[in-house]
Each structure stands twice: as structure tokens, then as C-alpha cells.
Design a protein around this ligand. Structure first.
Ligand code: FES
Ligand SMILES: [Fe+2]
Length: 440
């Protein structure tokens, strides 16, 4: 899979197919359990084509209820978050409990036959599973359970979370921004695009955001190189992990007795290592950046940034952001951003982590987001403007056949060492193409 038809990025009939064949059978990330902590707490999110109210019932269970009245179909909940015992329709007043049951029908006795079926008029509910506080949902009753769906990628997600001490919480509700361009464009960028750093983000590198590693900066980590490992699974999930190691050495040269977790306080490295398995430490030690995709449209980035984005006295600090790329149309995507902080870190460190994320990779980030969104919009402009068939398909050849298998790499799934490669993007689109089939 080295090319993709350009129509995949601009054609709404392709998006219709994607909703049915890619999104419907998949587990999609909706948010964090902590966003709906108390009974009645809700947030409104998209699940494929449909809007859902993600709401904790009085029984403590989190559900994803279709946000559409079962009488005429009116949109029930118009706020994006809140707390309520009931959802009451604005048209004729049908009322649903926060577990989705229809519990109130005006003029029930005088207006409806005695055998009116309340139970048959409850709100449709998607399957919801909470994993380490991450809420995933699917409409597909036949989808495998979440653990099987995630497969090998779960090991890598767990390692990144365990490296921060295990427990994480979201810094408030997600930021949301609409971006021009198809949902797959930012998603394949997160799957493994190290290639754009030196052009798109040259200004960030020039400011020394990664120390000396990627730029000719002055931040005091001279003599190191970045080596990336790409991990992609047959299900289309992926991680690209970048390691900062001494120039001329290899990943295998890292000292297992002296793990380093860039961006976390060095005085806590031993404690953080103890919270992980030895195999996890071999994945997380010296890892400066890890990003990837939970197929189809959830992405994550864990990265240690330098004080170029903070105050001069700020130490190298790590943040973790989880994002959802929700299709609005074939050519527009709503991006939701959740910043996560480990509860094991002190409040000052957590504030700094959030600040670094907000200043770089957020909707208003000064360094990365503006650069990336500009390119995504330019892709969309040019693809949409072109005559059918003009320009050839989108190319994914970078690094094909050139990566070397990662020796002695601890996690499951095939890992290959290749700092510049579209290995992960190829896996993403291979899975996508297998589900979508021939384009119309
Ligand atoms: S449409 Fe909701 S009560 Fe009639
Ligand atoms: Fe970027």
C-alpha cells in the first residue's frame, strides 16, 4: 500500500462509506471517565455519524445515548456538557431518564393507547467501555471487545501511562477546533510523520525546543542523536517512538540499570522505573517523543519539550495529549484535544506540563499547530481544486523496505528502526483500504 487515491480526501461519498465500514465497526474514543464523574454528568460527542450524550446514570454506569428524541427525532441535548437527571425534548416534552429510558410522555393516558410501548421508545445506546479512564464506544454489537480491538497497541499505551506513575487525569474539558481538511490528513501525520519536522516545524527546531537533538540550538544536549522506532499493527494502530541516545551508539547500548525518562524529574526516575515492568522500561527509557494512532481517529502524543516554550528556569518537561479527529465533512475535521497529567507529579510540574502543551500543540499553540494546520488546508485546497485524475495518487513510499527490524525490542508487534519512514502510515491506510474496499 504505497498510494492512496486523491478522492479519499475530498469526496463525501467516500466519507459515507467510511462511516459505515470504518467508523461503525470500530471503537472510538469519546472522552474521559473523569469528565462525567457524578451521576447525571454528561458531555455531548460524536460517534461516527451520530451525536451521543455521554452520560453517567443514577446507577453509576456511563452510557452513550443517541441524542435524538424517539418521537419525531428532535435533537435532545443542545448544551455541550452539564448535569441532568433527565433529558426532556423541547418539542412535545417526552422525557428520558439519564439511563436512556423513556419515563415521561405528556397526555399519556388521554392521548395514547393503553398498550403504548415505553420500553421500545428508549434512546439507542452504543456499547461503552472504560479502560484506565479512557471511554471508548462503538455502535457495532458484533465488534470484538475493546481489549481485543486494541490488540498489541494496548501494551504500548499502558507503558506510556505507567511511565508517568500510572494514574492520569484530564486538565478540564477538551479544547475543540475545526480544521480544514479530511480527518485522515492529521491522523496519518500523527501515525508517524517525522519527515515534516525539518520543513514544517523548522522555526520550532531553531528555537531549540528539542535541545540540540534536532536543531543547531544551544540547549546543552550536544552529542546526541534521535533514533525512531516504528510499530504498526495489522489493525491499523501505530506508535512512533523517538529515542535520544549518544551519537554513534544504538538503542541496545542504553544501560538498563540507569533508565532515563526525559521530561520527568530526574530525581524521580528510579521511582518511575520501579512502577514499570523491565520490558516497559526498555520501551520508555530515553524515549523523548512517542506518538501514534488508535485506529481510526484517535491520536496521542507524549513528548518532552525544552524550556524554549517556558521560562528560562523551566526544566525539560513532558506532556501527553490525546486527540480525536472527528469528520464534519470529507473536507472538514473537528479536532478535540485532551491534555493528561499524571497524578503522581507535584502540582507545579503538572501546571508546567499543561502550559507546555497549551503553548505548542494546542488549538492556539504557537509552534506546531499553526504550521500543521496550514499544510493540511493547503492539501485540501489543492486536492479539491484539481481536475479528476490530475496529479496522481498520494504517495507513501518513504522508507519502504529500508527499515531494519528492531533487535531485542520488548513490545509485541513488529517494530522497525527507521527515523524517517511512512511505515506506520502505510499500515494505517492498509487497514483503511481493507475496510473501505474499492472507491465508488
Ligand atoms: S419530538 Fe420529542 S417529544 Fe415530540
Ligand atoms: Fe507537525
Amino acid at each position: 500500500m504505497h498510494t492512496i487515491d486523491r478522492r479519499a480526501f475530498i469526496d463525501n461519498s467516500v466519507l459515507d462509506i467510511e462511516f459505515d465500514r470504518v467508523f461503525h465497526p470500530s471503537w472510538q474514543f469519546l472522552g474521559f471517565a473523569g469528565e462525567v464523574r457524578e451521576p447525571g454528568d454528561y458531555v455531548v460527542r460524536m460517534l461516527g455519524r451520530d451525536e451521543v450524550v455521554v452520560i453517567r446514570g443514577e446507577d453509576g454506569e456511563v452510557r452513550a445515548l443517541h441524542n435524538s428524541c424517539t418521537h419525531r427525532g428532535t435533537r435532545l441535548c443542545r448544551a455541550s456538557l452539564g448535569n441532568t437527571a433527565h433529558l426532556r425534548c423541547s418539542y412535545h416534552g417526552w422525557t428520558f431518564a439519564n439511563d436512556g429510558r423513556l419515563v415521561g410522555v405528556p397526555a399519556l393516558r388521554s392521548g395514547y393507547p393503553p398498550d403504548f410501548d415505553h420500553a421500545g421508545h428508549g434512546l439507542s445506546a452504543a456499547r461503552v467501555t472504560s479502560r484506565r479512564g479512557f471511554l471508548f464506544a462503538t455502535w457495532d454489537p458484533h465488534a470484538p471487545d475493546l481489549e481485543e480491538y486494541l490488540g498489541e497497541i494496548a501494551w504500548y499505551l499502558d507503558a506510556l501511562l505507567d511511565c508517568g506513575g500510572g494514574e492520569w487525569e484530564a486538565c478540564g474539558p477538551p479544547q475543540r477546533v475545526r480544521a480544514q481538511g479530511n480527518w485522515k490528513i492529521p491522523t496519518d501525520n500523527f501515525a508517524g510523520d517525522g519527515y515534516h519536522m525539518r520543513t514544517t516545524h523548522q522555526i520550532a527546531l531553531d528555537q531549540g525546543i528539542y535541545g540540540d537533538t534536532l536543531a543547531n540550538g544551544t540547549r546543552g544536549r550536544a552529542g546526541t542523536d534521535l533514533t525512531a522506532v516504528n510499530i504498526a499493527t495489522p489493525a491499523g494502530h501505530s506508535v512512533r517512538a523517538g529515542y535520544v541516545i549518544d551519537s554513534g551508539s544504538s538503542l541496545e547500548d542504553r544501560d538498563p540499570a540507569a533508565p532515563q525518562f526525559p521530561g520527568y524529574p530526574p530525581e524521580r526516575w528510579a521511582e518511575l522505573a520501579a512502577a514499570q515492568t523491565p520490558e516497559q522500561v526498555r520501551f520508555t527509557s530515553h524515549c523523548e517523543v512517542a506518538h501514534g494512532v488508535v485506529f481510526p481517529n484517535t491520536v496521542f502524543l507524549s513528548v518532552a519539550h525544552d524550556r524554549a516554550v517556558g521560562e528560562e528556569s523551566d526544566p525539560l518537561t513532558r506532556y501527553l495529549v490525546v486527540r480525536s479527529h472527528v469528520p464534519v465533512s470529507a473536507r472538514e475535521t473537528e479536532c478535540l484535544y485532551w491534555t493528561l497529567v499524571p497524578t503522581a507529579m507535584d502540582p507545579q510540574w503538572r501546571r508546567r506540563s499543561y502550559r507546555f502543551q497549551a503553548r505548542t500543540q494546542s488549538a492556539g499553540g504557537i509552534l506546531f499547530e499553526m504550521d500543521d494546520f496550514e499544510n493540511f488546508a493547503r492539501i485540501d485546497d489543492a486536492l479539491a481544486r484539481s481536475a479528476p485524475g490530475r496529479g496522481g495518487p498520494v504517495d507513501l513510499t518513504l522508507g519502504a523496505g529500508l527499515g531494519t527490524p528492531a533487535r531485542d525490542f520488548p513490545g509485541p508487534a513488529q517494530a522497525e528502526v527507521a527515523t524517517l519512514s511512512e511505515h506506520n502510515q502505510r499500515a494505517f491506510y492498509r487497514r483503511w483500504a481493507a475496510l473501505v474496499g474499492e472507491l465508488p
